[in-house]
Ligand binder design. Structure first.
Ligand SMILES: [Mg+2]
Length: 393
């Protein structure tokens, strides 16, 4: 199946929809919160929201893949470099094409934007392979281990306490058995920050009781000293994991923290390729790995990352939610639970329902998501709602 055409389109639309709208003013910790002018809200360190979509045509079939692309840099990599390397090649040789794009982009790639662009291509190639075979992608990956996948509700930003309690209770009523919050305090807040984080977690644990899993995300806003104290103080609250307490490049600090902490330490949403995750696993620098299928190198890379983790006895709990993420996780033995980016009940009143960019995405109900048997990823572009997508349809 020769690749006839690669089309690339950037859509000025947040991949995170109302989830992002509801959280962008939240006073959570972030990598920049050590600087006073960035400490007020999450969006002060964020960049414009957009995504890049790739369509690959071969043998009368087409595949769709995508990645975040707020800066437009992934679009540039795709248009100015990857497109020329892909057209005319055999679409069925996905490993070969992954390797070519990875090697071709080494001087400016390896991590970040180039690998996000590669992820979008890889996802499109798997979608195309599934459609050509008449099978869902998970069937091409060895088959699903389960028909329904557990999902946790992910939001619980540290807004006012009454709203936090209302939100947590709503998730329980909706059938979620696990949920994740964000820490309000960053390392620069010292002892007062430690107290603030403990109060926040204590309130949630009291609200949901002992029978619901609770996890918490530090958005890279801590340092090792603060994280050591936090993990000690939070021991009584039975957290499922503490997520991204440190910067991804602070590997030695992660090793020290993993040795010190009785609460599992997770990260990986800002790590790339099997090479990057191999270093984390070799160093024993995480208890849980959280690759993002649209960042880390697509389905091809995440399968390998999961295999490395499986051999090391480490679970994979992916970052974010998407049709490709569901497909690959269904086929992994060491997958535990999916993240679902929920819109808090207090924000639903004021936010327009987001019109989906992709039709046919898996639906979450009662804290679970079911698989379907549609070929490929089972999704289509919603060009009726987004006329900008017409060139890809
Ligand atoms: Mg996170």
């Amino acid at each position: 199946m020769k690749i006839d055409q690669v089309r690339i389109l950037r859509l000025e639309q947040s991949l995170w929809g109302p989830f992002w709208e509801a959280q962008k003013k939240a006073p959570s910790a972030s990598p920049l919160s050590r600087y006073a002018e960035y400490a007020g809200s999450l969006d002060s360190w964020w960049w414009p929201q957009a995504l890049v979509i790739v369509r690959i045509d071969a043998g009368g079939y087409h595949g769709i893949g995508w990645a975040e692309d707020g800066t437009g840099a992934a679009q540039a990599v795709l248009e100015r470099h990857f497109k020329g390397l892909l057209e005319g090649q055999d679409a069925g040789r996905i490993e070969r094409l992954w390797d070519i794009l990875y090697r071709a982009s080494i001087p400016y790639g390896r991590k970040g934007v180039a690998i996000e662009a590669l992820s979008a291509v890889d996802i499109a190639l798997w979608d195309l392979a599934g459609k050509a075979a008449g099978k869902p992608v998970h069937a091409l990956l060895g088959g699903a281990l389960r028909d329904r996948l557990p999902v946790y509700a992910s939001h619980l930003q540290p807004v006012a306490n009454d709203l936090l309690v209302e939100e947590a209770r709503a998730y329980m009523e909706e059938g979620y058995r696990a949920m994740k919050t964000r820490f309000p305090a960053h390392a620069g807040m010292g002892a007062a920050g430690i107290r603030r984080n403990v109060e926040h977690i204590a309130l949630l644990r009291e609200t949901i009781g002992a029978g619901v899993d609770l996890m918490a995300d530090a958005y890279m806003g801590w340092d090792l000293r603060f994280a050591r104290r936090m993990t000690k103080e939070l021991e009584p609250f039975d957290l499922g994991w503490i997520e991204e307490p440190l910067l991804p490049d602070e590997l030695d600090a992660y090793v020290a923290l993993c040795r010190h902490s009785r609460i599992p330490i997770s990260h990986g949403e800002n790590e790339f390729t099997p090479y990057g995750f191999h270093q984390i696993l070799q160093a024993r620098a995480a208890h849980v790995l959280q690759p993002d299928v649209h960042r880390a190198g697509g389905i091809t890379a995440v399968r390998k990352i999961a295999a490395l983790a499986e051999a090391a006895g480490v679970e994979v709990i992916p970052h974010a939610f998407s049709a490709p993420t569901v497909q690959v996780m269904a086929a992994l033995p060491n997958f535990r639970i999916l993240e679902y980016l929920t819109v808090p009940v207090w924000a639903r009143k004021n936010l327009e329902e987001m019109v989906p960019v992709f039709l046919g995405e898996p639906r979450v109900e009662h804290g679970e998501v079911g698989l379907n048997d549609r070929p490929g990823l089972g999704i289509e572009l919603n060009a009726d709602a987004y006329p900008e997508l017409k060139p890809l349809c």
